[in-house]
Design a protein around this ligand. Structure first.
Ligand code: ZN
Length: 739
């Protein structure tokens, strides 16, 4: 359990841009940051991150939330686990007690496996450093490879003792149960009720995922026995899906983003040597061709990939495999062929950083060009082989999504092959059409399967009317995409759910603008949105019927005094900064050359400048205050410990615009915050109106079944409700100015 102060400390420290950047390459766009959504196969950036609001949101698939939510979803963690993750990232200490045996067993299998792997990783490191065998065998090997201490630490390299069951005994002594040792693959059943170590006598390369968790190991033997496999890997398990992992991606991710490029090599040692040589954007894909999962992982960080491969014939042909999928996904691919006697590991060790960079600059080749040349030289003068080579290259070019790029390659390859450009282009287009048809067929099939699944489950109504669902908003421009569909949804709803819709609209205003100020009117003084709504509800003895809305509303009112205190302090700071800003601006000469002026002109110019600077400073101040007021509550709710509160707040905070009727009719939309006074009253009115409509409906229903005496009473009541409705209409007519 984590105490509330520490939770707050973690939430304060967790900067959403920083947290998301660990997994997604973000680019600045205005006040926000955007990137490719990590939750669906995103081709165009749909994932928005707002630092001011502390939330992220995908406008394509709808995933998102606060930093905690993001980590929960991305890493599949519970709320407390996500907090721990963030605490670790920001070096915030959480005192955690040792787990009891029962608790250790009760933890989910996944967690238990990760815990064991982490412990194993540390165990192997200790073996390497602190045992005689580890130093003499393991460390000697790493030293021979030239790995320095920084590399050993960075990649958490270790050693597994050659004894039959050294690890097995140590782990069981520590309380890890046998099943876990087998399910992670660290040990194998010996058939006599014990276990033997899978990795005995090997140097250990832990495989670390993007969340910095050890999900598996690769072990290299140091034995010269030909019978012994050179490399052994952890078996696939619920935590380790070999085909989705890229070795070194965790260590390389930031530099891949920074350089907007990554190098792909083949083995663990290649990655480590390259990193040690200063090339820290290098990763390895174990196995021959990249899988879809791996491509998806790379694309979060960059679109530019260079394949680095051994200069021998086997290396060359390995490099040609599996690249079409990268091309299809719109990657820019280059190849770097090393000298025939080298692999990336030996190359990195035998050259310094400058030499390596120079070699890259001189030898990096475009993939298509490389492939065309290699296949052509393989084919020599064999016409059939030549045709095959051309078709092969044409197929690759046809995978490229950009038609401009395709025609550039057609031109280039026509020169290489000595074939007419138009002939090549025709062939390319044939495959483009074929690919397109195939994709369409796949999509149709998928759609049909989904429809069948939906029909068998019965129609599922959307949880909240008016909320833009993922299906309603396939594009970023939600304002144009949602109104029509939300109108459709609203029409389909019964009257009583209309009340819920109106309640939702009001609670949304509280979440987004609860502590913003409404200017004074004849009816009330300057007040916050929250206070104003509270007053209005009290007036008609109303309250939220939805339990979560009520909880949020109560929270907003409870926290208001704390906010006022914090705001006092904040606005004092802003004032000080404003004065400092004015002073510093006045001290700078700027464009005006004061020296040449006479004293009257000088005074005049200074006065003018003062006014301009002050106006500027005031505008800045207003903006800061407005932001502080509108973000305070939203941030608080979006990281709230209660799942229902947090999820609802995040969902609403990310909705770009209120989907009211006004917006459906007019294309231009005024920033919501600028028309808050009207909006708040309009929403309250709509809610009250929905309540009155519901009362009218109920009374009408009763009249039908009532005796004639009761009918008279009910008719009177009905008249009162009609009057109420009329009054509301006048009231709102006076107050709400529709654009
Ligand atoms: Zn998405």
């Amino acid at each position: 359990m984590i105490d509330p102060q520490t939770v707050q400390q973690i939430l304060d420290a967790a900067d959403i841009v920083d947290v998301v950047s660990d997994f997604v390459s973000l680019k600045r766009r205005g006040a926000n940051w955007i990137g490719l959504c990590p939750f669906h196969n995103d081709r165009n950036p749909s994932f928005y991150v707002s630092r001011a609001k502390g939330i992220c949101k995908c406008f394509s698939c709808g995933e998102g939330g606060s930093a905690v939510n993001f980590i929960m979803k991305h890493e599949q963690l519970s709320y407390p686990e996500a907090l721990r993750w963030l605490a670790r990232k920001y070096h915030i200490d959480i005192a955690e007690r040792e787990l009891t045996d029962e608790e250790r067993q009760a933890k989910s299998e996944r967690e238990a496996m990760l815990m064991l792997n982490e412990w194993a990783c540390q165990y192997f490191i200790k073996q390497l450093k602190d045992t005689q065998q580890g130093r003499e065998v393991g460390l000697t090997y790493f030293n021979e490879r030239g790995f320095n201490q920084t590399s050993l630490d960075k990649f958490r390299l270790g050693y597994s003792n050659s004894q039959f069951d050294a690890f097995y005994r140590a782990a069981t002594l520590k309380g890890f149960n046998r099943d876990l040792l087998f399910s992670t693959g660290l040990c194998v059943d010996d058939g006599h009720g014990g276990g033997k170590d899978r990795f005995r006598g090997r140097v250990m390369f832990p495989i670390i995922n993007l969340a910095d968790k050890v999900i598996g190991f690769g072990g290299r033997t140091l034995s010269h026995d030909k019978q012994v496999a050179k490399y052994v890997n952890s078996p696939e398990s619920i935590i380790y899906n070999k085909s989705n992992e890229l070795y070194g991606l965790y260590q390389a991710r930031r530099d891949i983003t920074r350089q907007d490029k990554c190098f792909i090599v083949e083995g663990y040692a290649d990655v480590i040597s390259m990193h040690q040589a200063g090339f820290t954007n290098v990763i390895a894909a174990s196995g021959t061709a990249l899988t879809e999962g791996q491509i998806h992982a790379i694309r979060r960080f960059t679109n530019n990939v260079t394949e680095m491969f051994d200069g021998d014939a086997a290396g060359i042909h390995a490099a040609l495999r599996g690249v079409d999928m990268l091309l299809t996904e719109g990657f820019n691919i280059k190849v770097l062929r090393l000298p025939p006697e080298d692999d990336p590991d030996s190359f990195a060790r035998s050259h310094n950083a400058t030499e390596i960079q120079q070699f890259i600059d001189e030898n990096e080749t475009d993939f298509i060009r490389f492939k065309a040349n290699i296949l052509l030289s393989d084919a020599q003068n064999d016409p059939i082989k030549r045709t095959e080579a051309i078709t092969d290259v044409v197929k690759s070019i046809a995978c490229i999504p950009s038609s401009i790029l395709r025609s550039v390659y057609a031109k280039e390859c026509s020169a290489i092959f000595g074939i007419g450009e138009d002939v090549l282009l025709r062939e390319i287009n044939k495959f483009v059409r074929y690919n397109r048809q195939k994709r369409q067929q796949d999509r149709d099939r998928e759609k049909a399967a989904q429809q069948r699944a939906a029909q068998s489950q019965g129609a599922t109504p959307s949880a909240e009317a008016g909320a833009p669902t993922a299906a309603d908003a396939p594009t970023l421009d939600t304002t144009s995409a949602t109104p029509a569909s939300s109108a459709r949804v609203e029409k389909a709803k019964s009257k009583s759910s209309d009340i819920q819709i109106q309640e939702r609209a009001v609670i949304r205003l509280i979440i987004k603008y609860g502590y913003c100020l409404l200017p004074a009117t004849p009816e009330h003084d300057t007040t916050t949105v929250t206070q104003h709504i509270a007053n209005e509800l009290e007036l008609d003895d109303m309250s939220f019927s939805h339990p979560v809305y009520k909880q949020i509303f109560d929270l907003a009112r409870q926290v208001l005094p704390t906010f006022e205190q914090d705001f006092q302090q904040f606005s004092a700071e802003v004032q000080t900064k404003k004065q400092q800003y004015i002073t510093s601006q006045m001290q700078q000469d700027g464009d005006v050359n004061f020296e040449d002026m006479d004293s009257a002109a000088l005074i005049h110019a200074l006065e003018r400048k003062q006014k301009a600077v002050e106006a500027q400073a005031t505008a800045r101040e207003r903006k800061q205050i407005k932001e502080y007021r509108s973000n305070y509550l939203e941030k608080l709710l979006c990281s709230h410990i209660d799942d229902a509160v947090r999820n609802l707040a995040c969902e609403m905070a990310a909705e770009p615009y209120q989907l009211s009727k006004i917006h459906t009719q007019f294309a231009t939309i005024v920033d919501e915050i600028d028309r808050l006074p009207q909006l708040v009253d309009e929403m309250i009115y709509n809610w009250k109106n929905a309540l009155v409509e519901e009362l009218i409906r109920q009374v009408k229903e009763q009249i039908g079944n009532a005796s004639s005496e009761q009918q008279i009473v009910l008719m009177q009541q009905l008249q009162e409700y009609y009057e109420l409705r009329r009054q509301l209409a006048t009231l709102i007519g006076d107050r709400v100015v529709t654009p």
